[in-house]
Write a protein that binds this ligand. Sequence first.
Ligand code: NAD
Length: 368
Amino acid sequence: MANPSLLILAGDGIGPEVMAEVKKIIAWMGDKRGVTFDVSEDLVGGCAYDVHGTPLADATMAKAQEVDAVLLGAVGGPQYDELPFAVKPERGLLRLRKEMDLFANLRPAQCFDALADFSSLKKDVVAGLDIMIVRELTSGVYFGEPRGIFTEGNERVGINTQRYTESEIARVARSAFELARKRGNKVCSMEKANVMESGVLWRQVVTEIHDKEYPDVALSHMYADNGAMQLVRNPKQFDVIVTDNLFGDLLSDAAAMLTGSLGMLPSASLGAPMANGRPKALYEPVHGSAPDIAGQAKANPIACILSFAMALRYSFDMGDEAARVEAAVEKVLADGVRTGDLMGPEGGTPVTTSEMGAAIIAAMDASL
Ligand code: NAD
């Protein structure tokens, strides 16, 4: 059987720095676990603009459509701020998401015990937290028509439209139920069915998909405003949360902050299954290109490394290897290894990006 294929788009700023550590883990998987990937690399964002005059060349887009998974670092930087909108680095990322039709955005919020003090919430509320927010990414109020700023009488009116079709709801619901089966087997669906018709339909469709196809998964429903409160009050009550584009945008950012640093947060965006049964997939850290620390060996590579662990679990069905990477991250944090972004008020000497990567690989070696 052919090796699983990966396209690496390291991008700009700290993107290549954190991706260098992921590449070492990919090589380790080949050497120590006999898990070999066919890896290709290409440009996205500002670096692609510098070479091709566009943040994502057509040939790169075509490659992304063919591989089993895309791993992206970060895009952007102040030197590109004045570019026209159509060629800004972020357009490269948006094109990937759109043309791959990545409708389910997975944002885990996981709190490593060693970092529980970093949360703005009390330690016992977040220690051991492990939840997953599944946000619908390609429809809803950010895309619905009509939209625009119009004139009515003698004043302006701003209009956006929340619109969801049954099939758009069904496919993201299926993603959430499938994920729940690989985790704690529990889904909480959030909408505002009390005040929005799109929320009424959302609740109906999620319930129908559940009853017909996933009766083994525990399903509950919550109004999204209550969901926001519950996330802060008692986040550990959740396993998988599924919600629309707008509510998911807010809830996933709030959940991210339960866990501390931006340098720790991975994400995945999944689309429809390909011919080989794997979903179209893009994995990337939540953080950006961090121009303020780029080139200084200060970046925390963990968000990018955990994004690769998500690829192992969700694209390649290698949950054991994903758990090995995650356990290694947990071990180095417990041992007190810290990049600058993870230094507490007590201070200490931060490690460099590659020292953090090396510590994680040493912990993986020790796990064999
Ligand atoms: P950012 O995420 O790049 O940085 C915010 C802060 O967090 C900075 O102080 C940075 O040093 C720190 N930080 C981020 N990641 C870190 C890591 N791995 N280790 C240590 N510290 C880390 O957000 P920003 O400063 O608002 O944006 C910078 C550039 O990145 C902009 O051009 C923006 O458009 C772009 N951006 C890209 C993405 C993406 O590629 N997905 C996401 C957000 C922002």
